[in-house]
Design a protein around this ligand. Structure first.
Ligand code: ACO
Length: 351
């Protein structure tokens, strides 16, 4: 789009080896770090790595937009003024907007709308019929959040999706010690195992099945020999290592069957020693009801702090209808901060 307000915008793909543009893009991310108060600062190693290492079974389209300084535009000439990342999961009908960002000083001039229209064009070019985006919104009774992104999403024709929102939560170890009473006893018949960033071969397929089915699928039909090398766990690790992330896992083994019955995962970027991300925790449905979820998370937190003593803030997110995990998190001292609401817009219908 090139209306009066956005004349002079130039879009170009963001390539990992275009150092000048990458540096400007990283500056844009730093300049926007205050958009969500309290968010983890962007890590340059992580963001650079993300340009080369997409998530499993996903193609990324990264774009920047510059302004040439014409038409009295008072932004910096030729500098990156906005960025777009579209994630295209294999076989899906939808393209996910992972980043749609305008430089804070240059908002409300139509650049966001131009980025959204570009996103719709790219999505259509990949045969997708919809765009999906996550918008940060305030929780009832929670800290105030900028209402601009939701107003923007509505203005470009997207609508709030009906699926449950995510609840973003933080644990501040400076004010609350979830390990004060120690790690609970391991129930009889189970034992704990730990591993770092790379999942041992013996668990790679089970971790993949647990993660992808959220603990609902049977292990019986899995052909381990065939799948370890190309498993979801291995592909996810490739992304993590490429982004300079370290990870810490604790698993629970059901002793009678020798099977991994569940696990939990915490990861860290290179650049933010104080911050960690509590990722997936899953217990197979046949082993629920033994408080294994809380045990895994507490045991793993102890494991993390042994190796990463500088960690002070741990973030996590769960669907708001996942009451059992939100209760586990509350028991550990996690506090909800904001909602991550899904919005969707149709591609090729003006919205
Ligand atoms: N308050 C109310 N309405 C807004 C706001 C706001 N802060 N920002 C945009 N809008 C609405 C208005 O209707 C606006 O039209 P108008 O200016 O003629 O009234 C319309 O959206 C288009 O605004 P643009 O000028 O094109 O948008 P902008 O360049 O300011 O970028 C964006 C908006 C991307 C949300 C920017 O504020 C930003 O980078 N925020 C942080 C990143 C973010 O939250 N991105 C998620 C976007 S949601 C999504 O991608 C669907």
């Amino acid at each position: 789009m090139n209306d009066d307000r956005t004349h002079g915008l130039r879009f170009s793909p963001l390539a990992a080896d275009d150092e000048t543009t990458v540096v400007q893009w990283l500056r844009l991310l730093d300049d926007s770090a205050g958009d969500v108060p309290g968010a983890a600062p962007p890590c340059a190693v992580d963001m650079r790595g993300s340009l080369r290492f997409p998530p499993p079974a996903t193609k990324l389209e990264d774009w920047v937009v510059r302004h040439d300084g014409s038409d009295g535009f008072d932004g910096p000439d030729g500098r990156v003024v906005g960025a777009l990342r579209l994630a295209l999961p294999d076989g899906a009908d939808v393209a996910r907007v992972d980043q749609l960002l305008v430089a804070p000083g240059l908002r409300r001039r139509g650049i966001g709308r131009a980025l959204y229209e570009r996103a719709a064009g790219i999505a259509a070019g990949h045969g997708r019929s919809a765009l999906a985006a996550t918008v940060v919104e305030a929780l009832p009774g929670g800290p105030a959040r900028d209402a601009g992104p939701a107003a923007f999403a509505a203005a470009v024709g997207a609508s709030r999706a009906s699926m449950p929102a995510g609840v973003h939560q933080w644990l501040d170890l400076g004010t609350h010690d979830p390990l004060a009473a120690g790690v609970p006893e391991v129930p009889e018949g189970y034992s704990l195992v730990t591993w770092g960033t790379i999942t041992p071969d013996e668990y790679a397929v089970r971790v993949s099945v647990l993660e992808q089915s959220l603990g609902d699928e049977s292990f019986e039909e899995v052909d381990e020999e065939r799948e370890v090398r190309t498993s979801y766990a291995r592909e996810f690790e490739t992304m993590r290592v490429g982004r300079g992330r370290r990870a810490y896992h604790t698993g629970v083994v059901h002793e009678a069957s020798g099977r991994l019955a569940g696990y939990t995962s915490v990861s860290k970027t290179t650049g933010n020693p104080e911050y960690a991300l509590q990722g997936m925790t899953v217990v197979h449905r046949g082993h629920r009801g033994h408080r294994l979820g809380l045990l895994l998370k507490l045991a793993n937190l102890e494991y993390v702090l042994r190796h990463e003593p500088g960690v002070r803030l741990v973030e996590t997110a769960n669907a708001e209808d996942n009451q059992s995990m939100i209760a586990v998190n509350a028991a550990m001292g996690f506090v909800p901060y904001e909602r991550w609401v899904s919005w969707t817009g149709l591609v090729g219908s003006g919205g």
